[in-house]
Ligand binder design. Sequence first.
Ligand SMILES: *Cc1c(COP(=O)(O)O)cnc(C)c1O
Ligand code: SF4
Length: 337
Amino acid sequence: MIPEINTLWHPKHTENTWQQALRQVIRDPNQLLSLLDLSHHPLAQQILQQPTFPLRIPLGYIARMQKGNFDDPLLRQVLPLRIELQQHRAFSCDPVGDKAAEKMPNLLHKYQGRMLILATSACAIHCRYCFRQYHPYIPENPLINQQIIDIIRADQTITEIILSGGDPLMLDDESLANFTAQLATIPQIKRLRLHTRMPIVLPERITINLIKSLTSTHLSLIIITHANHANEFDQKVSSALHKLFEAKITLLNQSVLLRGVNDNKEALIHLSETLFQNHIMPYYLHLLDKVQGAQHFDIPEKQAIELIDSMRKNLPGYLVPKLVREIAGLPYKQQII
Ligand SMILES: *Cc1c(COP(=O)(O)O)cnc(C)c1O
Ligand code: SF4
């Protein structure tokens, strides 16, 4: 009896739960349509069968979509459509100048005081509008690269390290714990920030062991989630976020303004309120980064400003995100309103 209980409490067991959830993904558009009772929908003809950026959606995320609704805001974010193949001059494979900001592979330095590490190319979900979907990732774990630590240590101006990707929470707890501990030995580093969609798309990832791995040093921890619609929240997501809140982690959210997903005031207001209920403050609402294949998600700036204006009329100031756009070469994300 007792050894069995011991194996249950072994950290490896917890890891297995999220790693199992991670394997429960749909990769085939036809299977997705069938799960949602959409195989015979007339718009099923618009599906792109073999996208270059492959389809990948965890089952737990699909469970939050409404069956029979081709316009479901979660489905729209992940459904490959033939319209992606259209080329447009303004849309490129490196819309935010990542290449020019590279200090070394997987390490970006764009803004004063902050360096960003592309911790991995992998994600639990593939979002069709992802601005890094063409990024030429170097297939290695940068968190165990001594050169990266040395570069950070040598630069006295850096006070914050951002782990992005991909999704940094695709890495295992041990890599994250070791990296955090190493970072904490660098005197000028005060904050560690993670940009992750994991609490929203695969809440199983938020385990007590993960939280311990990230919070065992003096560094302040900030987690920036990425939610675009209130329907992305369910009970599991809320309880994952509650665990992060109880661990006193600062929670902020960034969203992308997306045609057909959240381009109306009701959706944006509901999103802000849902974020707050889940201990998250709205941070940025991004205008789409002009990445090839995502043209059909684009919302003109004028309409975006009007949407923010309606949010201001309906919400307390602290629930209105900053509308921003990233322009390659600027020293900060440009705030539009
Ligand atoms: C977005 C971004 C940051 C963070 O910018 P904040 O305005 O501080 O959120 C830092 N580094 C890079 C390379 C980025 O793209
Ligand atoms: S990096 Fe973020 S936006 Fe891009 S596919 Fe991964 S989860 Fe989606």
